[in-house]
Design a protein around this ligand. Sequence first.
Ligand code: 4AD
Length: 549
Amino acid sequence: MAQLLSTAAEKLSLGADAGKVVYIDEVKGSDEAGQGTQDAPFKTAIKALDFAGESAQIQVKKDEEGYKEISASALKKAKKTLVEQQRKAKKQEEQKLKQEQEKDSSLPKAQTIKIRDAVASRGKRVKVSGWVHRLRVQGKDMMFAVLRDGSGYIQCVLTGQLCKTFDAITLTLESTITVYGVINQLPEGKTAPDGHELVVDYWTMVGKAPGGDDAFTNKISQDADPSYLLDQRHLVLRGETASAVMKARSQVIKAFRAHFEHKGYTEVTPPCMVQTQVEGGSTLFAFDYYGQQAYLTQSSQLYLETCLPALGDVFCLAESYRAEKSHTRRHLSEYTHLEAELAFITFDDLLQGLEDLICDTLDRVLADEPTRQLIEQLNPGFQRPQRPFMRMTYADAITYLKENEIKKEDGTYYQFGEDIPEAPERVMTDKIGKPIFLTRFPAEIKAFYMQKCSDDRRVTESVDVLMPGVGEIVGGSMRMDNMEELIEAYKNAGIDSAPYYWYTEQRKYGTTPHGGFGLGVERFLAWLLNRYTVRECSLYPRFTGRCTP
Ligand code: 4AD
């Protein structure tokens, strides 16, 4: 601003652009977006003078009457105001410079840190940059600003002259600033993040956020409509809860990877653009691929299976896509899918591997103190589930529903062979109150590739992991390893086997018993972090009708 005004002052005194006609419209003009033309007029005479200099010929429009030359008194007033503004800005700039010079010469050089390093940097002069997360002004001589840099929060205290500059007086939430000073532990009885505060000796504004109607607090309020909040997701993410979920998500993903790394699995990155289905044609997103029909992948499972002979046990962490019409709180159109595939295993090995994955991941995230704190913040009192997890067959679940009077909408009981939808599954899981491995689903209600049980050909070696509060978070199974049986299964499912030649040939060139699973990362997080919906666990959730921002 000072730079702009001093340029204006030069123009005033030198009379640059003498005689230039500049248009202002006091109603519809804009000092920010205008250009001083009839089509894009400025709003104020001050801006016109600033733009074109003292001798500008200013044409004013106040109403529908059209442009008229500015009155002498209005011109005089505008010139006076501009000079005054310029004087103030210059003074401020000088004051800033003076402060900077004083500090630079008398204080030790500040070490640039991230807020996460604040505890270790106590007592030293530091430089921290971040966003103003909270702001409290106490009288004329004291301001408390909680700064956020994504790595943590720190309370900064500004006193005396530091609170009296134009930038200090007009400081707003979400503005970016850089502060210099020393971090001191707080005395007993005072509270702030990490029990300390940064006593600021110098600070600068990096980018001022708007105040007034456009202020951050006016854009986001907790009780706003969820759809509006999703439109404002880029701002909502800055909040303490949303950012905590995203941080925990990052740590959970790291722990999943560490688990598989520890067990010697190889991570692969299968394609997202495919020409085969895995979990039924009704949830495929189709698109035109150079004139051919292609889909966004529903699951990388088939590709993982093909990796077994080359790489041994494999896993991937990739986006899967489901064109589900369901509006439930656990469905997304795009979700992060953790999938693994294991060779030469039994169904029991598969279940054991799944239990290990869940428990070891929890052990890893809880062993990291900052992550444990995030989980405690979001889901106070969270307890690791006890091993071994409960195992229940689908047939027993049908009996359980009957015995517990959990019925269909029409008042009848679920029968063997029927799909157990989300609502009754949730009631049962919440009633049992702990993780359940639900196994041996009937072949007709599961995907074409599932291995049938040798002791009962009606059911499959399949498992869904159900968690209280969410329901199904994992789907897995042993895979058909006999080629003829698989070709029959394609037929039964009405699938043309030709595009699946690469999958089928797994059974031709060295078949093996094998199995795997897919875990919905957002569903796992919704359970661990006690979120009402998986939408909260996705950075920018996509679901029916929403593909923005
Ligand atoms: O049970 P699903 O459909 O199984 C498969 O895709 C297998 N091919 C995976 C495999 O064996 N490699 O999906 C697996 C998991 C579900 O348990 C659920 O957690 C998640 O993926 N999931 C979804 N999450 C959010 N929104 C959706 N629409 C989801 N559909 C499935």
